[in-house]
Design a protein around this ligand. Structure first.
Ligand code: UD1
Ligand code: CA
Length: 461
């Protein structure tokens, strides 16, 4: 088998039609930058050597891709697609015996299965250049393919095409496989004497043809896959298509999606079989969900891990948290980063937790805030319990040991510790540690003035 090609990804242009402060290829689709979709596709073709041409917002692009293990070349000024390839000349010199796949960074929905035949064909035929074409209903904006004589081709750009040439339906898609040696030999012949004053990569089709090299078109059916994402409407359509693919793969794995059109599940999210996702659920980042879970409507789960048989009731927000098996959360709960619910724990209506380790089978079912807390097993947190964890300068910890009963409306002024099995009377403001097995009541005693209301009424009369 021939060696896999090297890939060169063109990503120096701004993407003007996006009308964005951010370079087009860094816009995310389902939580992954547009260009990272292209990189993932290229990798699944078995390609390991990847060069990315950067220019506009190059530092942002290089920062965003710093963990992608690619080589960058910088094209300071964007003087055309051939000029972008020239920027990689030094890197390509040392790879002269290899093939080069050139592809734009704005093809996030292109699948490896669609490109594999291109590479196979190029290598089997030992072409010098294979360029992808497609017969399009409306090829407006694309270069048009002209067969000058048998086996000799030329691509004419839209803006240079004559009215006759504009009628040609065979478009140059902008994806190429070159034999690097031939590419490097011909590159210096590319001139910028055209209407844009740019160095056109498409000129190499003609140059190599007339040098007697084997240049061949490779036709792919017209589809969104091979047409770049050029504006934000096309971005929206690409996102929808990726979501459909993601949903499909989840369903085929055994996940039930009750209303696939209404959910948002990002690329990296993993879900195990027999979990049910209700309408309107949003799952983002590196979220992992076990099997047998119910994720009910309008819940948002970000960068969190859920075990098996976890039940999320509607409208809960869970971020950076770890929920063990058999836990139950919501409705209307907010779990913030650093929260861990141990097996069988339950968190209910309007409860917020942050950096809280909440023990097995413990319950906080109503209107509470637990921050920077460590809670043991089988603890009952009464309605309206609040950890006062912040003194205006620093955060302090609250420790509640196993089997504690915290009465409703309790404030725990941290740092504070409640010993194992202790009870706290409702409405207490706990400022000192509570001993194990003790009852702590920390509220002012109730007084009663007999007949007070009656006397008040009389005064008024
Ligand atoms: C190019 C082709 C055209 C084809 C079309 C398909 C040329 C001359 N024309 O036209 O035949 O139908 O693609 O989409 O190649 N880029 C750089 N540096 C530059 C210029 C461009 O990195 O100096 C990058 C852009 O970021 C973009 C890609 O190259 O990703 C294509 O450039 P663009 O200017 O969009 O080419 P088209 O005019 O679309
Ligand atoms: Ca383009």
């Amino acid at each position: 088998m021939k060696q896999r090609p090297v890939a060169l990804i063109l990503a120096a242009g701004k993407g003007t039609r996006f009308k964005s402060r951010l370079i087009k290829i860094l816009h995310p689709l389902l939580g992954r930058a547009m260009i990272s979709h292209v990189l993932a596709m290229v990798r699944s073709l078995g390609i390991k050597d990847i060069i990315v041409v950067v220019g506009y917002q190059k530092n942002r692009v290089m920062e965003a891709l710093k963990e992608e293990n690619v080589q960058f070349v910088i094209q300071e000024e964007q003087l055309g697609t051939a000029h972008a390839v020239m920027a990689a000349r030094a890197q390509l010199e040392s790879l002269a015996h290899r093939d080069l796949l050139i592809i734009n960074g704005d093809l996030p929905i292109l699948r490896a299965e669609s490109l594999q035949p291109l590479i196979d064909y190029h290598q089997r035929e030992e072409n010098a250049l294979t360029f992808v074409t497609s017969i399009m209903d409306n090829p407006y904006g694309f270069g048009r393919v002209v067969e000058v004589s048998s086996g000799k081709y030329r691509v004419i750009e839209e803006r240079e095409a004559s009215p006759e040439e504009k009628k040609i339906k065979q478009a140059n898609v902008g994806i190429y496989v070159f034999r690097i040696k031939d590419l490097l030999e011909a590159l210096p012949q590319v001139k910028n004497d055209n209407s844009k004053g740019e160095y056109y990569l498409t000129d190499l089709i003609e140059i190599l043809s007339f040098r007697g090299k084997k240049v061949r078109p490779f036709a792919l059916p017209e589809s969104e896959e091979i047409v770049g994402v050029n504006d934000r409407f096309e971005l929206a359509q690409a996102i929808r298509l990726l979501q459909e693919r993601k949903n499909r793969s989840l369903c085929l794995k055994g996940v039930t999606l009750l209303d696939p059109g209404s959910i948002w599940v990002e690329m990296e999210v993993e879900i195990e079989p027999d979990t049910v996702i209700w309408p309107g659920v949003i799952l983002t980042g590196r979220t992992k969900i076990g099997s047998g879970c119910q994720i009910e409507s309008f819940s948002v789960i970000r960068d969190s891990i859920l075990g098996d048989n976890v039940h999320i009731l509607p409208s809960s927000v869970i971020e950076g948290s770890y929920l063990e098996n058999d836990t139950r959360v919501g409705p209307f709960s907010h779990l913030r980063p650093g929260t861990r619910l141990h097996r069988g724990a339950r968190v209910g209506n309007f409860v917020e937790m942050k950096k809280t380790d909440f023990g097995p089978e413990s319950k906080a079912l109503h209107l509470s805030y637990l921050g920077d807390s460590k809670v043991g097993q089988r603890v009952n947190i009464g309605a309206g319990t609040i950890t006062c964890n912040y003194d205006g300068l620093k955060k302090h910890e609250t420790v509640i040991e196993d089997e504690v009963f915290v009465g409703s409306g309790t404030q725990l002024v941290a740092p504070v510790k409640v010993g194992q099995g202790a009870y706290i009377g409702a409405g207490s403001t706990i400022t000192k540690n509570v001993s194990p097995e003790a009852l702590a009541v920390a509220r002012s005693r109730q007084i009663e003035k007999k007949g007070w209301a009656k006397r008040r009424k009389k005064k008024k009369d």
